[in-house]
Write a protein that binds this ligand. Structure first.
Ligand code: GRF
Length: 187
């Protein structure tokens, strides 16, 4: 099975997924795509010798170029691992229930455009939440809106800061995302 990963940042989730399938006969990450030339994800791709593509914005939002590219790469599952753009509807339609995303909060709260990175954790803390966590969900044409696949929670304490909460959430991301990818590919 072929996994394509879209990422915009450091790529730590992408790295965990690559590690999880190392030497596996079930699946492997065969393509990495990013909208940020300077993102850490390109260093990961280089080190792991995985083809990496810098996304062209106009073409991405038109969709067809990347649909063709993903189909030619025989992609079975598209994984958004810290990808900040909304996926165009035609790309969603081309891969029904085969595009998933991870969000560092318990959707439907604290989701949507602009809710990423430390902004999420700041909002969760400002709202006085007693817990946060991750949401892994199918992607549809809206931000952070598709069917939920898994939610895992962490407790928030008085001492938590956006940074400490981010670390708690990242532990959950790194533990669960690879497992969900594997579960979806063995169904
Ligand atoms: C994570 O917080 C993830 O939940 C969100 O974007 C971030 C990606 O981090 N979608 P990384 O680039 O995988 O380290």
């Amino acid at each position: 099975k072929n996994i394509a990963i879209f990422a915009s940042g450091a790529g730590s989730n992408a790295q965990k997924i690559i590690d999880h399938f190392r030497g596996s006969s079930l699946a492997k990450v065969t393509l990495i795509l990013s909208n940020k030339a300077e993102a850490g994800i390109f260093k990961i791709a280089e080190r792991e010798q995985i083809p990496a593509i810098l996304i062209d914005k106009e073409q991405f939002f038109r969709g067809d170029t990347y649909i063709k590219l993903l189909e030619e790469a025989k992609t079975d599952l598209v994984v958004l691992a810290g990808f900040l753009w909304k996926v165009p509807a035609n790309l969603v339609t081309a891969f029904p229930n085969r595009i998933i995303n991870i969000h560092p909060a318990l959707l439907p709260k604290f989701g949507g455009k602009g809710m990423y990175g430390h902004f999420v954790h700041e909002a969760v803390l400002a709202a006085g939440e007693k817990e946060s966590g991750i949401t892994i969900h199918y992607v549809n044409e809206k931000y952070d809106d598709g069917g939920v696949i898994l939610q895992e929670k962490c407790i928030i304490t008085e001492e938590d800061t956006p940074e400490s909460l981010a670390r708690k959430v990242q532990v959950l991301e790194h533990k669960w995302f690879p497992l969900i990818v594997e579960r979806l590919l063995t169904q």
